[in-house]
Design a protein around this ligand. Structure first.
Ligand code: BEZ
Length: 394
């Protein structure tokens, strides 16, 4: 009797302790409130449409999960970074210090992203890069709290260099904006093209976001290379492709580019872009159940066609979901959270991909051709291309 009494008391104590622990956990969850996501993206200027597509893609994935990731509601904060590197530190601190976000999602412009990454590293804030390719982010600036859902600038440059050499071109010129994305993409192109026996005879550039291309187009016409490689994106890409055709160069010197040259821009570029071949980690018409479902869902939600930027935003949310799910929404379990983010296999509309140790996608690069409103898949240019992560020490 005495024993039974004791064990009953013990059972009661255990039940009480358990229910207290559970209600404590529930209270902690409630007290924690929503996970705060801070979008730092360009909402004005030449990259505005890219920023909007990234945000749309991210929110679409969250909506598809019923508005929660890892059991937590998501609350959004926004800063327009204007693609202006000189304002990057002030802007990112609005999210880190003023809004005290849990996760930074940004940005598009490599120069701005470098400022963000430094602030994220110093403050140990989680950061997911949904576009900017700055090589240093998954190179010398690599950090367990920073991952990318997009690409490094080297990747699409390199894969286009492979393709242009395979087509038999020997002398190429390059043209781009004079900032990290332009120079690093051109470097990747040159590395692959020259390794395969080609020669880059001249690099042309102009300051970002200038679109006064005339003098440079005149120089291309005078040099008569076998091919031209260009990195431009957004509004600048629209103007460049139209100017290239208006100068008649599309009839004599084939133009290639990393896929940003024609992604999200085809409608505005009209006939001037038709037939252009580019390489990128996405093609609109990838005929897989995953891509078809994504494009349908995006079109239904936004009455617009998805592009690569929407895919990168969507996948940024998938990477965050992997981390939050692993820790059941408990952001204090930081190491388990970031490990799960790094180890996830992302079931992307582009095809499944993993992240390198440096946090950059290891992914297939596609050769695409602009046809009507789509960048259509032609072939795999380079399979499972991993950025070399030069200078990354973890
Ligand atoms: C960049 O600055 O990294 C970038 C901008 C637009 C498209 C691709 C890359």
């Amino acid at each position: 009797m005495h024993l039974i009494k004791l064990s009953a008391a013990a059972a009661l104590a255990t039940t009480l302790a358990l229910s207290m622990a559970m209600s404590g956990e529930a209270h902690a969850q409630a007290a924690a409130g929503p996970v705060k996501v801070g979008f730092m993206l360009p909402y004005t200027g030449t990259y505005a449409s890219l920023g909007n597509m990234i945000e749309a893609g991210f929110k679409l994935y969250v909506q598809e999960q019923g508005g929660k990731l890892g059991g937590r509601e998501i609350q959004y904060f926004k800063v327009d970074d204007e693609s202006e590197p000189s304002k990057a530190t002030d802007n990112v601190n609005k999210l880190i210090k003023r809004d005290q976000v849990d996760v930074l999602v940004g940005t598009v412009h490599s120069g701005v992203a470098l400022g963000m990454a430094k602030a994220a590293k110093e403050s140990n804030t989680l950061m997911i890069v949904p576009n900017a390719g700055a090589d240093a982010i998954t190179g010398p600036l690599c950090s367990p709290n920073i991952v990318r859902s997009s690409f490094s600038n080297w990747q699409p440059g390199y894969s286009t260099g492979v393709v242009v050499a395979q087509k038999g071109h020997k002398r190429a010129m390059t043209i781009t904006w004079n900032y990290a994305a332009g120079s690093e993409t051109v470097k990747g192109f040159t590395e692959a093209f020259e390794k395969a026996g080609g020669k880059v005879v001249k690099d042309l550039n102009l300051p970002f976001p200038n679109v006064e291309f005339q003098a440079l187009l005149t120089e291309i016409a005078a040099q008569k290379p076998d091919a031209v490689f260009a990195f431009f994106a957004g509004g600048g890409a629209v103007k460049f492709v139209k100017d290239y055709a208006a100068a008649g160069l599309n009839k004599t010197i084939p133009l290639y580019g990393s896929g940003f040259l024609t992604d999200g821009t085809l409608e505005a570029q009209g006939a001037a872009a038709q037939g252009l071949q580019t390489t990128l980690h996405y093609a609109d018409n990838l005929d897989t159940p995953r891509n078809n479902a994504f494009r349908k869902s995006f079109a239904l939600a936004y009455k617009a066609n998805a592009d690569v930027y929407a895919v990168q935003g969507y996948d940024a949310a998938q990477i965050l979901a992997a981390g939050l799910t692993a820790v059941k929404g408990d952001l204090t379990k930081r190491e388990a959270l970031t490990t799960a983010m790094h180890k996830t296999t992302v079931d992307s509309p582009r095809g499944k991909f993993t992240l390198s140790a440096a946090g950059n996608p290891v992914q297939d690069m596609y050769l695409r051709e602009a046809k009507g409103p789509n960048n259509e898949f032609k072939s795999i240019a380079v399979k499972a291309l991993a950025d070399p992560a030069r200078g990354c020490k973890l």
